[in-house]
Design a protein around this ligand. Structure first.
Ligand SMILES: *[C@@H]1O[C@H](CO)[C@@H](O)[C@H](O)[C@H]1NC(C)=O
Ligand SMILES: *[C@@H]1O[C@H](CO)[C@@H](O)[C@H](O)[C@H]1NC(C)=O
Ligand SMILES: *[C@@H]1O[C@H](CO)[C@@H](O)[C@H](O)[C@H]1NC(C)=O
Ligand SMILES: *[C@@H]1O[C@H](CO)[C@@H](O)[C@H](O)[C@H]1NC(C)=O
Ligand SMILES: *[C@@H]1O[C@H](CO)[C@@H](O)[C@H](O)[C@H]1NC(C)=O
Ligand SMILES: *[C@@H]1O[C@H](CO)[C@@H](O)[C@H](O)[C@H]1NC(C)=O
Ligand SMILES: *[C@@H]1O[C@H](CO)[C@@H](O)[C@H](O)[C@H]1NC(C)=O
Ligand SMILES: *[C@@H]1O[C@H](CO)[C@@H](O)[C@H](O)[C@H]1NC(C)=O
Ligand SMILES: *[C@@H]1O[C@H](CO)[C@@H](O)[C@H](O)[C@H]1NC(C)=O
Ligand SMILES: *[C@@H]1O[C@H](CO)[C@@H](O)[C@H](O)[C@H]1NC(C)=O
Ligand SMILES: *[C@@H]1O[C@H](CO)[C@@H](O)[C@H](O)[C@H]1NC(C)=O
Ligand SMILES: CC(=O)N[C@H]1CO[C@H](CO)[C@@H](O)[C@@H]1O
Length: 676
């Protein structure tokens, strides 16, 4: 008889089970699979105290229940949700003290920052409102973003000493992620907003069960452990299949994104089997979020109907926040409660009052939706390329999907359209379709998730825009340009869009052409855009542009690198840490910290009619793009290591499980993908 001892343990014993008593039996994968639903719920809760398996006992399969008495409805996008409005009261208040500490450390001579905060703390809307945006670009982007977050997090050891920027994260209101950036953001929020430092430290400690961010095994072979148990590739494939089949058998359309999102979760969600019951909306039910102690996470995806071609000027951009899903764009202009995404809506209401769907918003599916271009990583695999890697059953399942949707649509994520017949007489172009197909948030070339942060209703003052795009040697295929560095193309796309009718009230600072980025080196060092409020056509944030560059490591790894061992991973993160802090304040004359403080304060000082301190004027002269254009053909771009003394060499090229895009036939967005 199989012991069910651990399955029926009361929840109070779970902490002891998880930490102190390794001798106690833990459920085996088989036991978990065999467990009855109520037992499964206990197991899930027991294994995953740090996040919320809100869809237990159903796991990955969405549930259909009667709608609650207060029916979920689509609302107009004319303002923020009531939830966000209420939450902001707490969050903005919670940022005041961290901001005071940070600004006090940044040595802004000529401004008594303590006094400034005191003068305005009763009306915190006068104080700076900060957003962070982490771009796409696969694991490169995730890790480059992570180094910035680590540098800005006051919990990181050493981050609050001189020249350091720890506390910026704690001062931030919004944290947006797209594609690879969504893996970073999503992973933090499904793991109790744990610190990057803790994630990296824990899993290099062999005595600890931390299994997050193990990229040494690629997504094709699966992790060594599934949360707490050992896991072989065969079990991994079986789990992926079982989970997605559960959803399919319950009557929901599945796409390769379902498999991709599930596979990602084994690396990003610290729970057994990648937390199949963890939902994105459950973030809104957790104390550490509701009390305003962390920023609001925002993940971005693009709408793309089958066969449609996307350009930045006509793409509808959707955002997932913990309360809602939807868009401010005039093409749809609506939001629906996140928890009920998956429900059939008609004219803004559930089509059938006794059929409300929950649990569709699995956290891996949401991250997978923001990063669907990586579906190609799974779907291009066939027996000849990866002999024995994927089980034939999984391969068959992927091929069946491709046969259904067509290869050109291997990158879609399928959602029941919450905006079906919603506002059909308005501009909702998508009102006639019962399904809403979403794709990677970078497919419209706006690879930095700025869209949710430039909405006027959010009143963001400054955006720290982390650009991990791989633009060079794709937009500039000259033989001597190194590949895989940003060239400003993402900012250009957002600027171009802001001049189009889809902008709907959003304003973006002037951005020069790509040649100017290259010629002036704006893509090689931090650059501020939109410094002069008088030169803007309306309220717009100041953009602190932070392009990926080699500080201590050649961090232009290929977007297609699907495997990083811990040495490589940590080198990527440390490179970004050095970028975020400009070598702990040692680079560029040593004024970087002060200038970050000035960027944070810029709009606030303007609002409160406070004179700009001289040090800030000097900062702006140094870091702001001043309108100079040089559109001549740029020279080849082969950036030098910025801190050669500390350069990290990891011997051997990173090869591992890259997948060949050339082998992938029929990807609609082939050219776009190359840039991500
Ligand atoms: C979550 O993080 C908070 C703050 O760091 C900590 O106090 C709490 O114990 C954590 N919860 C769990 C379940 O780890
Ligand atoms: C948003 O607008 C709706 C409709 O005008 C209104 O009922 C709601 O109270 C507004 N919410 C906030 C937070 O202003
Ligand atoms: C602060 O900046 C001033 C110049 O504005 C400089 O003289 C001083 O040494 C700096 N102090 C610290 C602690 O960096
Ligand atoms: C992952 O979960 C395990 C078990 O609950 C916990 O001990 C560990 O600290 C977690 N790791 C991270 C990085 O949160
Ligand atoms: C967007 O613009 C592209 C290029 O002009 C065009 O091919 C495509 O059909 C447009 N899509 C929509 C939805 O308007
Ligand atoms: C939603 O509508 C689709 C298409 O009509 C249907 O197949 C599906 O069963 C419906 N889902 C639910 C939960 O009612
Ligand atoms: C740049 O691209 C060209 C053509 O794709 C390639 O042959 C060349 O090796 C690349 N250069 C570098 C430095 O990667
Ligand atoms: C900056 O500090 C980090 C963390 O302490 C360290 O690893 C890194 O080498 C430092 N960089 C420089 C340029 O000193
Ligand atoms: C603007 O910046 C360019 C270099 O980027 C510099 O050559 C020029 O002198 C600056 N112009 C002014 C008015 O400061
Ligand atoms: C100021 O605005 C003009 C007109 O939009 C624009 O051409 C110029 O580049 C802007 N200058 C700066 C520094 O943003
Ligand atoms: C990581 O990979 C590099 C390059 O392939 C190799 O030199 C290094 O020894 C590896 N490190 C570990 C810890 O496996
Ligand atoms: C500021 C602005 O232009 N808002 C418009 C955004 O789009 C919606 C839907 O088309 C309009 O109703 C708003 O007026």
């Amino acid at each position: 008889m199989r012991s069910s001892r651990s399955l029926v343990l009361p929840l109070v014993a779970s902490a002891a089970l998880a930490s102190a008593s390794p001798a106690l039996d833990r459920p085996t994968p088989q036991e978990i699979r065999d467990a009855t639903p109520h037992r499964l719920r206990d197991v899930a809760a027991l294994l995953a105290a740090r996040a919320l398996p809100a869809n237990a006992p159903n796991g990955y399969t969405p549930q259909v229940n009667a709608c609650p008495s207060s029916k979920p409805m689509v609302r107009q996008a004319s303002n923020l949700s009531d939830e966000e409005t209420a939450w902001l009261q707490k969050r903005r208040q919670a940022t005041v003290e961290p901001m005071r500490t940070l600004l006090g450390r940044l040595n802004i001579t000529g401004l008594d920052t303590d006094q400034y905060i005191d003068n305005h703390s009763s009306n915190f809307s006068a104080l700076p409102n900060i957003g962070i945006a982490a771009s796409g670009g696969g694991y490169r982007a995730m890790l480059n973003g992570a180094g910035h977050i680590e540098a800005w997090d006051s919990r990181t050891p050493g981050s609050t000493s001189g020249g350091q920027l720890g506390g910026l994260l704690q001062s931030t209101t919004y944290l947006a992620g797209l594609s690879g950036g969504s893996w970073l953001v999503g992973s933090l929020y499904t793991n109790n907003f744990t610190s990057i430092n803790e994630i990296l430290a824990l899993d290099t400690d062999s005595n600890n069960s931390g299994d997050l961010w193990q990229f040494g095994n690629s997504i094709f072979e699966g992790p060594e452990k599934s949360g707490i148990q050992l896991l072989g590739s065969i079990d991994y494939y079986k789990d992926l299949l079982d989970q997605v089949h559960g959803k399919k058998n319950a009557g929901f359309d599945v796409t390769i994104t379902d498999y991709w999102g599930r596979a990602l979760s084994y690396q990003l969600v610290n729970a057994t089997n990648g937390g199949p019951a963890f939902t994105w909306s459950s973030i809104a039910e957790q104390d550490w979020f509701t009390d305003g102690s962390v920023p609001l996470p925002l993940l971005v995806a693009d709408g793309r109907a089958p066969g449609e071609t996307l350009v930045s000027s006509n793409t509808t951009i959707y955002t997932f926040d913990p309360w809602e899903f939807g868009t401010f764009d005039p093409t749809v202009y609506g939001f629906v409660p996140m928890k009920y995404v998956g429900t059939n809506f008609t004219m803004g209401e559930p089509t059938t009052a006794n059929e409300c769907v929950t649990g569709f918003d699995n956290v891996g599916y949401v991250m997978g939706t923001s990063s669907t271009l990586f579906n190609a990583a799974l779907s291009t695999i066939n027996g000849s390329q990866t002999t024995g890697l994927l089980s034939s059953a999984l391969q068959q399942a992927l091929e069946d999907i491709l046969t259904d949707v067509g290869k050109a649509n291997n990158d879609i994520a399928d959602y029941p359209n919450p905006f079906y017949k919603y506002n059909p007489t308005g501009k909702n172009k998508y009102a006639t379709s019962q399904s809403l197909t979403l794709v990677d948030g970078g497919e419209d070339l706006q690879n930095i998730p700025l869209h949710p942060l430039i909405q006027p209703v959010r009143h963001v003052d400054v955006i720290f825009a982390i650009d991990s795009s791989a633009d060079t040697n794709t937009t500039y295929p000259t033989t001597h340009s190194a590949s895989g560095w940003p060239d400003g193309a993402s900012l250009v796309a957002t600027y171009e869009r802001s001049k189009n009718s889809i902008e709907n009230g959003t304003v973006f600072p002037s951005i020069p052409d790509i040649n100017t980025f290259m010629n002036l080196g704006l893509n090689n060092r931090p650059t501020f855009f939109g410094c002069d409020v008088a030169n803007l056509t309306g309220p717009a944030p100041l953009i602190v542009y932070l392009p990926n560059a080699p500080y201590v490591y050649t961090s232009n790894t290929s977007t297609y690198d699907m495997q990083y061992n811990d040495t490589e991973r940590n080198a990527m993160v440390l490179n970004a840490y050095n970028g975020a802090t400009q070598g702990n304040g040692t680079l560029d004359g040593g004024h970087w910290g002060t200038c970050v403080g000035c960027a944070i304060l810029s709009r606030s000082l303007h609002r409160t009619n406070t004179p700009i301190p001289d040090v800030c004027t000097q900062c702006f002269e140094h870091y702001c793009w001043n309108g100079t254009i040089d559109s001549s053909q740029p020279a080849d771009y082969v950036p030098a290591m910025k801190i050669p003394d500390l350069a990290i060499k990891v011997s051997g090229a990173v090869q591992g499980a890259t997948f060949s895009m050339l082998a992938s036939v029929g990807i609609a967005a082939f050219a776009v993908f190359a840039n991500l």
